[in-house]
Design a protein around this ligand. Structure first.
Ligand code: 13P
Ligand code: 13P
Ligand code: MG
Ligand code: MG
Length: 368
């Protein structure tokens, strides 16, 4: 049976600043998706939020990029945005960039990751959702999951994983993609994805035949508006687990290291990516530090079994403690790089005005 898992998200308003999508918005989404399930448009759903981003996790049999599914998500976000406006929430309708929706969410503001697959007898998946960061934040953990033998033991010891994986990389500036095979092209891959603001992992495939999608990440808006900086999109990702894919624990292990990502406070600062439970996904310290949640499901006959709140585990407490320590350290840099992002990557800047104001006061000095 071919099932599609669609994870579609948007920031459509937040309580008391950018830190949480309140229950009233989740209620709208639950109502709309309950109706869609009754009507048979979708098979199942789960609604959650990571910080101020509202996430619709849906299963159906209509394939990727389906017009009816995208319209359902769009209309759901619009209705929730109306409630956000009524409640006077902050940034109501923030991610709904256009009024002219034509059936596909590409370029419209919401982000989405979708995978259509033939269901295995047991089909475990992990859905990752992050706030106060950008899609490139997943480059490091996704690399480690699918290409680092020190993370994923299966690459070395499991015959089903031993051939490695193919990574599809999006060049955000050129709007082009390239596929690279690991382990052979690992160094080329790292040469690209080590610049996560420009080169973003978009999909991962098995190399073992038949080639199958192992992971999908939301890079939607970035993809469309190539050639200019379009701000940070809080990303989502789907990763399939077990048998010919990495084991659940191999998929979660990279998040035990809270690596630095871009997108904290005003989309303009680096901070550690803190793995948290659903209930702790409310970034309030300096609007952060950036958060990631992970929900584990099994999919059976297109129904969602679960979820399990995967970072609600004492084993991630040290990652959280380390993230807090890194946050303290970075915050002491105030407006200085590398806590603050480079000028070309910032969502806000006053630099042009400052330079304009000071232009007549800059003097040329000899020998400088
Ligand atoms: P089980 O032997 O519990 O199925 O676990 C296999 C596995 O992949 C653990 O990482
Ligand atoms: P979001 O992108 O999550 O809306 O955050 C905006 C911001 O810059 C908060 O400081
Ligand atoms: Mg917001
Ligand atoms: Mg957000």
């Amino acid at each position: 049976m071919r099932t599609t898992l669609s994870v579609i998200k948007a920031d459509i308003g937040s309580l008391a600043g950018h830190h949480i999508a309140p229950p009233q918005l989740l209620d709208v989404a639950k109502q709309e998706l309950t109706r869609a399930k009754k009507e048979g448009l979708i098979e199942d759903f789960y609604v959650t939020n990571c910080g101020d981003d509202l996430e619709l996790i849906m299963t159906h049999t209509k394939g990727e990029g389906n017009q009816e599914i995208h319209t359902l998500a769009w209309e759901t976000f619009r209705k929730a945005a109306d409630v956000a406006k009524e409640l006077g929430l902050y940034g109501a309708g923030q991610d709904l960039l256009s009024d002219a929706f034509s059936g596909n969410l590409r370029g419209m503001g919401p982000g989405f990751a979708e995978i259509e697959f033939e269901e295995r007898p047991a089909e475990p998946v992990v859905v990752f959702m992050a706030d106060k960061t950008e899609p490139g934040a997943f480059n490091l953990p996704i690399f480690r999951i699918f290409a680092d033998p020190f993370n994923t033991a299966g690459l070395v010891i499991a015959p089903t994983l031993h051939r490695g994986f193919t990574f599809e990389i999006l060049d955000v500036m050129e709007g082009k993609v390239v596929e690279l095979d690991t382990p052979e092209e690992m160094y080329d891959l790292l040469a690209l994805i080590g610049t996560p603001g420009r080169y973003v992992i978009r999909r991962v495939y098995t190399r073992e035949e038949p080639r199958d999608v192992a992971a999908a990440l939301s890079t939607t808006r970035l993809n469309l508006i190539a050639g200019k900086y379009v701000g940070k999109d809080d990303p989502v990702a789907i990763v399939r687990a077990q048998s010919k894919f990495p084991a659940l624990g191999e998929i979660l292990e990279p998040f035990a290291f809270p690596h630095l990502v871009a997108g904290w406070m005003r989309g303009s600062h680096h901070g550690p990516l803190m793995p948290v439970s659903e209930k702790d996904a409310k970034p309030s310290r300096f609007d952060g530090p950036p958060r990631v949640i992970a929900l584990g499901f099994n999919i059976k006959n297109a129904k969602l079994i679960g979820p399990s709140d995967l970072f609600a585990d004492v084993a991630f407490e040290r990652a959280r403690a380390l993230a807090n320590e890194i946050a303290d350290y970075l915050r002491r840099h105030g407006p200085f790089m590398p806590h603050r992002l480079g000028a070309e990557e910032m969502e806000y800047t006053t630099l042009p005005q400052v330079l304009e104001k000071l232009k007549d006061r800059f003097r040329t000095v000899e020998g400088a």
